[in-house]
Design a protein around this ligand. Structure first.
Ligand code: GLA
Length: 699
């Protein structure tokens, strides 16, 4: 047995390797002291054989197989001529660098080489992926493929998994790992709302976050008690879901699967910061492409399909008066698209809505000092469209079967070259002919039947995105799928923003944004002030509350300012000013979650250099009149801070401030005082939110 050790800044990984045998992760945890005896480390957790176990207990390790009596889900399932192969992958080589290890296995019966690569990246986030190469003489089909197989250190006894639905993304569920584990698979052709591409494992406050960076279907298995290995560790597997026959490796073929990421942190705030840092440095399009995150006005919840050039110009004018910086024309601008049953695929500006084309609207938007964004849903086609009438075979379908629709639409087969060509030509022409700074790229249908292409369809999506980005590198793109149905590190390496949810209700957003921000930084999370009553929940919320909540993200407005009162418009404009003043902090800083004894009080603070901004919001009527002081986080204990409450203040709550002038001029307090005792903010009524601004004073 040989041992390989990789060290990050705060992390150590130890692998136990047996040439001709297997590879195991013998340690995943806080950085070990130099000179730690790795053989002793492994021996300290090794166990002798127990009853009802193969005579030689199998080590599923980094590439679990069933060959030696391990009864869990294998990382790979290969088929030859339709027949499942009992693989016997043996470790034959490995290479290591200071922060990367590459383990090469070979299966003699098929000639398949399997590479398992672990890399410690920015901020100690670990990327893991599998590669396959067919060195044999026959085609081999891949029916199952994991990106990550992780024997989970036994101290992780609890998990948080995610579920969701349209307008209710990322619902957290915490429970114990054992005894029944977890098995999930998505079938929507995208990560979807089921959230099983995200997972947290807990060992007390220590937390291990795991994610699959892939924009198609995924599977996840957490198996605490697979018979065989008997060392008390659960096996976690995560990978892209495949239809039979989608990947066939001909002799000489190579294949690299999507990658999973994992990160370890002492608590959930630290984990969020770790993922945010990794995305900022290693995943998101290069920062050089980014302007400050402009305030959007999106036409969807303002006008819906009720579009006309004069109406949109009026909307743009009222938007500019609020301080909006980007005007986004959502659905309804193309073909015969006057409702959501028709015309997807006909990506030509509608002469009915825009007799003079889009140019006059875009010109006016630019005159008003804003740039222009456009909604598209390229991967879809409506049966009622010129595109479908001309090319009924371009959609994903199964010959001779029904073509069931969802939202009145079908999905195009993105694996077809002519579909790629058509979509590129249309989108490229739109971007060349118009000054478009941003695309909201939607995907509102699940893939059923997927025609056996649910994996390669995603490559088609990536290919189109890649080609367009190369041709138009300055266009920002948002990934939307009826809200947060296609959010993952794969798409985030290609886009600048995601749409976390169609639900703009600020109370819902106070759950949804913190949930996404466990993995994603605020600058990619679209955060809009919607109308009141909210079109989805029907809830009425005051503008002050809606606007404060929307500041914590990439802010926008998705309501018609003409339908707001003067007071509401003033309040919204004042919050847009605040957002602009603070976005540098919110979009580069460290996010900490605040805890409060009242579960209906949510708080986040972002610290950056010598500034910090907190959002503290109350959703339900407090059981006590004076809610406990809010304790801040992430401050330097010894530093002194000037604390103010940026105005406007919540109209009802402000009457409970004992000394308003103090909160205006600023209180000076140490980081220790702010984090230990906190601030007694008036949190008396439901739907009250405060922003708290901090400035670190020179020593
Ligand atoms: C989807 C999106 C919405 C909006 C509509 C337009 O539902 O999630 O934000 O763009 O489509 O049809």
């Amino acid at each position: 047995m040989e041992f390989v050790r990789l060290d990050g800044e705060r992390l150590t990984l130890v692998f136990a390797l047996e040439a001709g045998g297997g590879a195991d992760c013998a340690y995943l945890g806080a950085r070990l002291p130099k000179g730690e005896d790795l053989a002793m480390l492994a021996a300290a957790t090794a166990r002798a054989r127990h009853e009802s176990q193969p005579d030689v207990p199998p080590v599923p390790g980094l590439l679990p197989e069933n060959k030696a009596g391990w009864s869990g889900t294998p990382a790979l399932e290969l088929r030859r001529g339709g027949v499942r192969i009992e693989t016997d992958c043996r470790l034959n080589r490995w290479t290591t660098g200071p922060q990367a290890a590459h383990f090469m296995f070979h299966d003699r019966s098929t000639g398949i080489d399997v590479g398992v690569r672990w890399v410690i990246g920015a901020g100690d986030v670990v990327t893991v992926g599998l590669t396959l190469a067919n060195t044999g003489k026959e085609p081999i089909a891949v029916n199952r493929l994991a990106a990550l197989a992780l024997p989970v250190p036994a101290r992780f006894t609890e998990l948080t998994r995610y579920s969701g639905r349209w307008a209710g993304e990322m619902q957290e569920h915490r429970r114990t790992v054992a005894p029944d584990g977890l098995a999930r698979e998505s079938v929507t052709g995208k990560p979807g709302f089921s959230g099983a591409n995200w997972l947290l494992l807990h060992a007390g406050s220590e937390v291990l976050g795991v994610h699959l960076g892939w924009s198609g279907d995924h599977w996840l298995a957490l198996e605490p008690d697979a018979q065989g290995s008997g060392d008390g560790r659960a096996m976690l597997l995560m990978g892209p879901a495949l239809d039979a026959g989608e990947i066939v490796l001909e002799p000489g073929d190579n294949f690299a699967g999507p990658k999973a990421v994992l990160a370890l942190a002492p608590n959930r705030s630290a984990l969020a910061q770790t993922f945010h840092g990794f995305l900022r440095k290693a995943v998101l399009p290069a920062r050089a492409e980014w302007t400050p995150r402009k305030v959007h006005l999106n036409s969807w919840e303002a006008l819906g399909f009720d579009l006309s050039e004069p109406g949109l110009v009026a909307l743009a004018e009222s938007a500019a008066a609020l301080g909006i910086e980007r005007f986004v024309l959502d659905d309804g601008w193309f073909g015969g698209r006057r409702d959501d049953r028709t015309s997807l695929g006909d990506w030509f500006v509608s002469p009915d809505v825009f007799p003079n084309g889009l140019a006059p609207l875009i010109d006016r938007v630019q005159e008003l000092g804003m740039d222009f964004g456009l909604w598209v849903e390229p991967e879809m086609v409506s049966p009622d469209s010129d595109l479908y009438r001309a090319h009924p075979d371009w959609c994903l379908h199964v010959e001779g079967r029904d073509r069931p629709t969802m939202r009145g639409q079908l999905a195009l087969d993105m694996t077809r070259a002519e579909v790629q060509e058509y979509l590129f030509e249309r989108l490229d022409a739109l971007l060349r002919d118009h000054a478009i700074a941003y695309l909201k790229w939607d995907h509102n249908r699940d893939l059923f039947p997927a025609g056996g292409k649910r994996f390669i369809q995603t490559f088609g999506f990536y290919a189109l995105l890649h080609r367009l980005r190369a041709a138009h590198p300055h266009v920002e793109i948002e990934s939307c799928a009826s809200g947060g149905g296609r959010i993952d590190f794969g798409v985030l390496s290609r886009v600048h923003r995601v749409w976390p949810s169609d639900n703009n209700d600020a109370i819902e957003r106070l759950r949804i944004i913190p949930a996404w921000s466990q993995f994603l930084p605020l600058e990619v999370l679209g955060s809009h002030v919607g109308p009141s009553p909210n079109p989805i929940t029907g809830r009425r919320l005051a503008m002050d509350f809606r606007a404060k909540v929307a500041v914590f993200g990439h802010m926008g407005v998705e309501a018609d300012p003409a339908r707001m009162t003067d007071t509401e418009r003033e309040c919204l404009a004042a919050h847009i000013v605040l957002y602009k003043a603070w976005r540098g902090v919110l979009h580069s800083g460290n996010l900490h979650r605040l805890t409060h004894p009242d579960a209906n009080i949510t708080g986040m603070i972002v610290t950056h250099a010598d500034r910090a901004l907190a959002l503290v919001a109350q959703t339900a009527f407090s059981p006590v009149f004076d809610a406990a002081p809010v304790r801040l986080a992430g401050l330097e204990p010894e530093a002194r801070y000037r604390v103010t409450l940026p105005e406007p203040w919540p109209p009802r709550a402000k009457h409970y401030l004992a000394a308003p002038e103090l909160w205006r001029d600023g209180l000076t307090l140490s980081g220790t005082a702010l984090m230990t005792q906190g601030l007694a903010l008036p949190l008396t009524h439901p739907e009250t939110a405060w922003l708290v601004a901090l400035e670190r004073l020179p020593q």
